[in-house]
Design a protein around this ligand. Structure first.
Ligand SMILES: NC(=O)c1ccc[n+]([C@@H]2O[C@H](COP(=O)([O-])OP(=O)(O)OC[C@H]3O[C@@H](n4cnc5c(N)ncnc54)[C@H](OP(=O)(O)O)[C@@H]3O)[C@@H](O)[C@H]2O)c1
Length: 295
């Protein structure tokens, strides 16, 4: 019998990729959007788990607006921590494992990168703090929970850096991009593929299995935001790529502080799951090809 997955989040980058790839796996996915289960209401989210009785829950919804979260602290903590905790507790009641998705922004990026899963956390912003609280809440509520930390998520859908850069360049405006923050861009499609590939193992694994806990997943390689912008233009526009001037985090003021180098170590991913993600630039090419095909 195929594995019953209950997925929270249908419209985001990861949610869409999960839905797109699920038919290629031996799973039956019930996906709940905001109208079916608003994560601002932890009790309702938990009730959905009790009602559907899945073998695995995947939480692909989150309050991801990093700057907005600074002025919506309570909402960010409810959506990113309380609801995942309530979902994980309800999952434990019905015997389901949980996959929660977290972020490299749990680290302050001030030194020590690439960070291993057991490295000290110190989020610089409300979003990172709420996601760290979410990791702790799911682990406390369900011994069969995995939090996957990821970074700089990109895809052909929704809001992300690739689409923003292409839009700004098309408008012909001068470009200035931060050159002192570096990280690992990550394809939502690659992350979704990983989640679906490990789903049967997680659904079957007992508490205490190394498959649970925290794991880092990102495409390999590392780049600054400016370097990423330059790569996007080189791949998409070739000879007519616009100039990208450098700027600094100190100059480019945003409501939320961001880590300079929160790059995550990927050793545990390979050790526990045998997975070595492809370089971010290969994923970028694939996303650009899909965007071009859709024109
Ligand atoms: N994007 C990144 O760069 C990044 C980096 C590191 C980690 N992550 C993590 O990766 C995961 C997936 O991110 P993503 O890029 O796919 O996010 P995304 O594209 O911003 O999508 C967010 C999703 O969450 C849903 N959502 C937001 N608030 C909700 C609420 N109160 N109730 C129900 N649904 C709600 C949104 O639904 P609506 O369409 O209704 O708003 C949307 O489906 C998240 O856990 C995120 O924290 C992302």
């Amino acid at each position: 019998m195929s594995l019953k997955i209950l997925q929270f989040g249908t419209t985001g980058q990861l949610g869409l990729e999960l839905l797109r790839q699920a038919p290629a796996h031996d799973v039956t996915v019930t996906a709940l959007g905001r109208a079916d289960a608003d994560l601002a209401d932890p009790a309702a989210a938990a009730e959905a788990v009790r009602r559907h009785r899945p073998g695995l829950v995947v939480i692909a919804a989150a309050h991801t607006a990093v700057d907005q979260a600074e002025s919506e602290r309570d909402l960010a903590f409810t959506v990113n921590a309380e609801s995942p905790g309530a979902i994980a507790a309800a999952a434990a009641e019905v015997g389901a494992a949980v996959i929660n998705v977290s972020t490299d922004y749990v680290f302050d990026g001030a030194g020590g990168a690439p960070y291993r899963e057991d490295a000290a956390t110190n989020p610089l912003n409300v979003y990172g703090a709420s996601k760290l609280a979410g990791e702790r809440a799911v682990a406390a509520a369900n011994p069969r929970a995995l939090s996957i930390r990821t970074s700089w998520v990109v895809s052909p859908h929704g809001k992300n850096f690739i689409k923003t850069m292409l839009r700004v360049a098309a408008a012909g405006n001068p470009l200035k991009v931060v050159d002192d923050q570096s990280g690992r861009p990550t394809s939502a499609a690659d992350l979704a593929g990983f989640i679906l590939a490990i789903a049967p193992r997680l659904a079957a694994a007992p508490a205490g299995d190394p498959a649970f806990g925290v794991v880092h997943f990102a495409n390999s390689g590392e780049v600054t935001w400016r370097g990423f912008a330059q790569a996007i233009f080189a791949e998409a526009l070739g000879e007519s790529a616009p100039e990208v001037a450098p700027t600094t985090t100190a100059e480019y003021v945003t409501p939320a502080r961001r880590p300079l180098r929160a790059t995550m170590d990927l050793g545990r991913l390979e050790a526990v799951y045998g997975v070595r993600p492809r370089p971010w630039r290969d994923a970028l090419r694939e996303i650009l090809a899909e965007l071009k095909a859709a024109l």
